[in-house]
Design a protein around this ligand. Structure first.
Ligand code: NDP
Length: 393
């Protein structure tokens, strides 16, 4: 029976809180804290079977997080606020002796450059304190890396190439909206692409048409164009999958999304440096975020499916082998279950499962870890039980 503090009351935070409450024999008491307390209260009002406390916290300040931890006394903090808060929350966990889990790696607010180095630098401190930090435990990153660990454990002697493909074939009915935090989403997709090949990183144009693939998705989705992007699990897989020769990440986008994104970029609305407006300094992308729909509000209108999987090649018993593993999720089914669209759902469910495996001791190991470094079997089993079944072949 564990008390868990969840920080962030957006699309993902809502799913994490509701899914934790569905496992009351593990999660006996929750505290949901965020910058805007009323959002925590609205989520807590939908949860009846476990006590849910709510609190206001600015997680940019580790002293505020530490005070909240001391007050509530959790065993683990699940950070589903924004990547900017990762280090402040990790500091608070170290100060108060509490385990840590997140779904997105740290990135400094003034530079669109996410990488694990900042959080991997905490390895010794977490290990010395006997605490665990589990990084990137959403779907991608998170489940995608667990899929690779599962493939290596059960299907390959050695893995040569991995292509991770993320397809959101859903439609939210809006001209332009993002299914997770707009600021983080737009910073990610406007960066140059990058993939790993033969021991080095190859940089590419952002969303290059030349490198895009037309992939025929199963489950009635059909052919969609997927664009090569850099994504954070490539960095950890390159270190943790022995001998891997190539790692790539692809994502699909609707025509409407790409058209709007290009216009917004062309007119400077995706800039992350401050500009002078009417005597104030504003960051155009942060202003844009304020006028776009919040991801947590898209569930009511989103229809269609997500498909996220890995296509893996390598060898088994001296023979070459190709293998695919994926999950398909239906936006409307997610909404009926927890009132959220599938992107929040596919992120929140793995965060809940990671938290469960940590507090039950199944995955507990002092230090800072990425998901592919832990035994995939118990996690894969829980995915099938908590709404994200996988298919392999
Ligand atoms: P939302 O924008 O819907 O929610 C973010 C929440 O964090 C909001 O409640 C926001 O508060 C809160 N927040 C922001 N800044 C602070 C702060 N300084 N202190 C306390 N709370 C704060 O985003 P999502 O729920 O869509 O995404 C949450 C996280 O999940 C992101 O880091 C995202 O990158 C990650 N993610 C990971 C995925 C994966 O597969 N691994 C996929 C999708 C998302 P307020 O409401 O006041 O703004």
């Amino acid at each position: 029976m564990s008390k868990v503090l969840i920080i962030g009351a957006g699309g993902v935070g809502s799913v994490v809180a509701k899914k934790c409450a569905m496992v009351p024999d593990v999660f006996s008491e929750l505290c949901l804290a965020s910058r805007t307390k009323s959002k925590c209260d609205a989520i807590a009002a939908d949860i009846a079977n476990v006590p849910v406390h709510t609190a206001q916290v600015d997680a940019d300040h580790s002293d505020q997080v530490a005070a909240l931890i001391r007050d509530f006394g959790p065993e683990l903090v699940v950070n589903v606020a924004l990547p900017y808060q990762d280090l402040a929350i990790m500091d608070a966990c170290l100060e108060t002796g509490v385990h840590y889990l997140d779904t997105a790696n740290y990135e400094p607010p003034d530079e669109a450059k996410f990488c694990y180095r900042w959080q991997w630098d905490y390895r010794q401190r977490f290990e010395d304190a006997g605490l665990m930090a589990l990084l990137g435990c959403g779907f991608d990153p998170g489940v995608t890396s667990i899929f690779v660990a599962h493939a290596l454990k059960h299907h390959f002697d050695s893995i040569e190439t991995v292509d991770i493909i993320d397809c959101n074939a859903g439609d939210h009915g809006q001209h332009f909206a993002t299914n997770f935090n707009p600021e983080i989403n737009i910073r990610e997709v406007t960066q140059p692409g990058k993939y790993f090949e033969d021991g080095r990183w190859v940089e590419t144009e952002p969303l290059s048409e030349e490198l895009a693939i037309d992939y025929d998705f199963p489950e009635g989705i059909g052919v969609k164009r997927a664009y090569l992007m850099y994504h954070e699990e490539l960095e950890s897989l390159a270190q943790n999958i022995p001998g891997v020769r190539r790692l790539r990440f692809y994502m699909t986008f609707s025509e409407s999304y790409l058209r709007h994104l290009r216009v917004l970029e062309n007119v400077g609305m995706t800039r992350i440096d401050p500009v002078e407006h009417d005597g104030h300094q504003i960051v155009p992308l942060q202003f844009l975020k304020s006028v776009l729909p919040e991801p947590s509000t898209l569930g009511t209108t989103t229809k269609g499916k997500t498909w996220i999987g890995c296509v893996i090649e390598g060898t088994r018993g001296g023979e070459r082998k190709s293998f695919r593993i994926y999950n398909t999720c239906d936006h409307e089914d997610c909404f009926s279950e927890v009132g959220s669209q599938a992107i929040s759902y596919t992120t929140g469910v793995p965060a809940m499962i990671g938290a469960m495996l940590m507090v039950k001791g199944v995955w507990m190991r002092p230090g800072v870890w990425n998901t592919e470094q832990l035994d995939p079997d118990p996690f894969m089993e829980q995915l099938n039980l908590h709404g994200l079944p996988w298919i392999e072949g």
